[in-house]
Ligand binder design. Sequence first.
Ligand code: ZN
Length: 142
Amino acid sequence: MDAMMTSSEKVAYLKGLMDGLKLDENDDTAKVLRSVIDILGDLAQDIDEISELYDDLADQVDEIDQDLSIVEDDLYDDEEDDLDDDFDEDAEYYEVVCPKCGDEICVSEDVLLEGGVECPVCGESLEFDFSTLTKENIEEND
Ligand SMILES: [Zn+2]
């Protein structure tokens, strides 16, 4: 029997062999054999149908997966573009709250390490106190 045959084709082949035996159809053993082959045929048909449905479903999932990848790529591309507009993506930025106007400003690590910057909103000279601004705080503000 060919391994590439479907289950239905294998049962049909078996049925052909059975017919070739020219058994007495009134013989009980022949009746049992024919019943078994009939049941096998039904089962094989069900399996073939399920296999087809499964293949269709797998194809659809593949298509959905591909579509989703495209959507994801678009989405993350957009996010990266937005970041590029405002920031140098290689530099690290930290949020600092101005004590005078309360505005949040983003400063780069370089500016932070210099120890101070002017608030772009109110002009207040901000100084960073490294005794309170620990490494841990910097990471939290990242
Ligand atoms: Zn300010």
